[in-house]
Design a protein around this ligand. Structure first.
Ligand SMILES: Nc1ncnc2c1ncn2[C@@H]1O[C@H](COP(=O)(O)OP(=O)(O)OP(=O)(O)O)[C@@H](O)[C@H]1O
Length: 250
């Protein structure tokens, strides 16, 4: 089966520094795949290459078998590359229902028209309601986003990414900044994401990585250092030496 996402010999240099060193990574259909590595290993650069924020110096990116290396961020998003951001990017004054309404109606091509006839499109309303429930936002759906607990804001971010119905979802440190008490809910929600979306998780929180991922790829100094099942990576003494046992976290 065609991989959901594949990089072949992907390269990025910043002057003399090789931030992405010929990385070949395959994200299978329906994958729950985590990308980990020590600070400065090149995780953020890799995500920026995938989404088109940064141009690559070499190599290829295939999305569902299609070469998207030369495409810009918007084109890649249209072809199914979804992402969440490390830093909260939400509109603070809007409620979850409004933000999701906009995202869903945009994707369906209804655009601003939906807002002129709010509530009159049963199909759109059903989709928004489904997302609100799936992402445990029911209690706060009419509250301004800036007043939501941080964990709920992160859930809304993921809901918004999913509203565009991506084939691949890049989750960039979804647990960053989320208080311990709210992490359980985040993890449960991530575990229930639909299998038709293939997920690459970049995360510092190893509890979340081990609970969520089925495969793990380890980057060190921009290069692919190890890749395997969670059990294989946990048992790999090389990984333990450079990473798991060596520092407080990624
Ligand atoms: N725009 C840039 N210009 C120059 N060097 C950069 C740039 N962006 C990243 N780097 C360098 O590339 C390397 C990889 O950085 P990157 O942020 O991708 O790592 P990371 O694994 O995401 O780290 P962290 O876990 O700390 O976020 C680092 O040495 C970093 O200093």
């Amino acid at each position: 089966m065609t991989a959901a996402l594949e990089t072949i010999g992907l390269e990025k240099r910043f002057g003399g520094l090789v931030a992405t060193d010929k990385v070949s990574l395959t994200l299978e259909q329906g994958a729950r795949h985590a990308l980990i590595g020590p600070n400065g290993a090149g995780k953020t650069t890799f995500v920026n290459l995938l989404t088109g924020v940064l141009p690559a110096n070499g190599g290829k990116i295939l999305l569902g078998g299609q070469d998207v290396t030369g495409k810009n961020q918007i084109q890649r998003a249209r072809l199914g590359m979804g992402r969440t951001f490390q830093i909260n990017q939400l509109f603070g004054a809007m409620t979850p229902v409004e933000s999701l309404g906009l995202a869903v109606s945009e994707r369906r091509g209804a655009g601003a028209d939906f807002w002129r006839r709010i509530g009159t499109r049963a199909d759109i309303m059903a989709e928004i309601t489904g997302l609100i429930e799936r992402f445990r936002l029911t209690d706060v759906m009419d509250h301004p986003t800036r007043l939501l607990p941080y964990g709920k804001q992160r859930l809304l971010e993921i809901a918004l990414a999913l509203a565009s119905k991506p084939r691949v979802l890049l989750l960039d440190e979804p647990a960053a900044g989320v208080p311990e008490a709210e992490r359980g809910e985040l993890l449960e929600t991530l575990a229930e994401l639909p299998r038709d979306v293939s997920i690459l998780l970049i995360e510092h929180d190893m509890d979340l990585v081990f609970a969520f991922a089925e495969r793990i790829t380890v980057l060190v100094n921009g290069a692919l250092f190890a890749s395997g099942s969670v059990a294989e990576i946990m048992a790999d003494p090389r990984v333990q030496a450079v990473y798991l046992g060596s520092s407080e976290h990624a």
